[in-house]
Design a protein around this ligand. Structure first.
Ligand SMILES: Cc1cc2nc3c(=O)[nH]c(=O)nc-3n(C[C@H](O)[C@H](O)[C@H](O)COP(=O)(O)OP(=O)(O)OC[C@H]3O[C@@H](n4cnc5c(N)ncnc54)[C@H](O)[C@@H]3O)c2cc1C
Length: 434
């Protein structure tokens, strides 16, 4: 989806830039799951003229979006902690369909094209050669890797950086670059699935109509309605101690709702009942991309999960891919940017987007600790203590403060990407003066 949004932004802001999207799959597919967009990202959707169509598929009664409620959900009675406003929630495939329809560029999306590597040009104007698994090649002036957590563009970029360092005798630097190719196991296992609302009792349907996060010791459950309330997106995450080790098994596999319900024992009955109702849940061993030292090299750049795949606890990964595409397209659209200086212009993208997205990447980890009651003060509270309400009550006020501090960048009405665009434009002025 990051690639589709970049295409849309290029179409709107940089109509003289010809782009082609190479996709390894034979057609556009998506996991059966939900995805939520925060107010900060919603402003980009509005800028792109997508609001009308998107609101239609959420089925929301008004365009302001829904509230998201954080609750302590592992005691006999649920405790409301804090509420955020204006979240927009989608079935992923519907969001993707709208992005693809709006892009309206079937001739520019090339399916069954798995990139394996690309060649580094030796001069500022020499084309980059893209190599595909099927033996074919294509050429371009700029390659943007929007190819997800196992990105081939990242692999080539960091292998090249590493080789260069090695050639200059900087052996430690070379091995640091090599370490940035492979994703890291986060220690979190997430179970996600959809529940048809028609399978639920009236009481459960009512309960599930409120987007909410049920927090509990070492586990949490996220649930929100999608597709106009016809489906409920249910995600349960469990913390294991395996972070930093190598995950020995498939990253995504099928599981059963009974197995997931077992892991969520002790949560409020409505939460467990929704878990038991999940259809064909998938188990995800969550991986992340290491903190990269750069998102660019020459005329190549990384966006989205390829650059900063993160744990999903701020619901921000796709939003960050969208911000990357928005900023990058605004850079490429600028009148001072041409083939001869595009690598300089990409440095502005790296300067603006890398610190921000890496702060979100890091923040998402902390938010996981918050949801799973693993932050300072909770260390000695066991699952049983938490369930029995045996913890200092001020820990819930701390939770509220922490949640606001961690999430306000997405929800604060003043939090806008327009400031970043202004910064980019002023940096581009310096570029044109060079
Ligand atoms: C449980 C969970 C819940 C989440 N919830 C949210 C949420 O609520 N809000 C949010 O903003 N984010 C959320 N995210 C994160 C979000 O899903 C990702 O950050 C987002 O999908 C990244 O988009 P992307 O386009 O960068 O990469 P991807 O979605 O991974 O897309 C990469 C594309 O590249 C293609 N590809 C891969 N390799 C190649 C190759 N070599 N050649 C050609 N094509 C290739 C793939 O087929 C795919 O189409 C969640 C993630 C998880 C796991």
């Amino acid at each position: 989806m990051g690639g589709l949004v970049l295409g849309l932004c290029l179409k709107k802001y940089a109509s003289d830039v010809r782009f082609d999207i190479y996709e390894s799959a034979a057609k556009l597919t998506e996991v059966g799951a939900g995805v939520a967009l925060s107010p900060r990202i919603w402003t980009i959707m509005q800028e792109l003229g997508l609001e009308e169509e998107l609101v239609k598929v959420t089925g929301a009664v008004d365009r302001a979006g829904s509230d998201l409620l954080f609750r302590k959900g592992d005691e006999a009675k649920v405790i409301d902690i804090v509420r955020f406003h204006q979240l927009h929630m989608f079935h992923r495939s519907m969001l993707q369909r709208i992005l693809a329809e709006k892009l309206d560029a079937t001739d520019r999306i090339h399916f069954s094209k798995r990139l394996t590597s690309y060649s580094e040009p030796t001069s500022p104007t020499e084309p980059i050669v893209l190599n595909f698994k099927d033996g074919t090649t294509a050429t371009c002036d700029i390659v943007i890797g929007s190819d997800g957590i196992r990105s081939s563009v990242r692999r080539t970029m960091f292998a090249n950086l590493s080789d260069e360092s090695e050639r200059h005798g900087r052996i430690e630097e070379a091995s640091r670059f090599r370490a940035m190719v492979e994703p890291i196991w986060s220690g979190h296992v997430t179970y996600r699935g959809l529940v048809p609302a028609s399978d639920l009792s009236e009481e459960l349907r009512q309960f599930a109509s409120t987007p909410q996060i049920l927090c509990g010791k070492d586990r949490h459950i996220v649930l929100y309605p999608v597709s106009g309330g016809e489906l409920v997106n249910v995600v349960s995450s469990v913390y294991t101690l395996g972070s930093g080790t190598v995950y020995d098994g498939p990253w995504v596999e099928t599981t059963t709702s009974e197995k997931v319900a077992k892991l969520c024992e002790g949560f409020i009955p409505n939460g467990v009942a929704l878990i038991k109702s999940m259809r064909e849940p998938l188990c995800w061993a969550l991986h992340t991309v290491p903190k990269l030292t750069t998102y660019i090299k020459g005329r190549s750049a990384l966006i989205g999960d390829a650059a900063h795949a993160m744990v999903p606890f701020q619901g921000a990964g796709l939003g960050q891919a969208i911000e990357d595409g928005f900023v990058l397209a605004n850079i490429l659209a600028h009148s001072s940017v041409a083939l001869a200086n595009v690598s300089e212009a990409l440095k502005i993208y790296d300067d603006v987007r890398r610190p921000f997205s890496q702060t979100v990447q890091q923040g998402s980890e902390c938010t996981g600790e918050l949801y799973q009651l693993r932050r300072a003060g909770w260390e000695n509270i066991s699952v049983e203590d938490s369930a029995a309400g045996r913890y200092p009550p001020e820990l819930l006020s701390d939770f509220e403060k922490d949640a606001k501090a961690q999430m306000e960048w997405q929800y604060d009405p003043g939090a806008s990407i327009k400031g970043d665009i202004a910064k980019v434009l002023s940096m581009l002025e310096t570029l044109s003066a060079q």
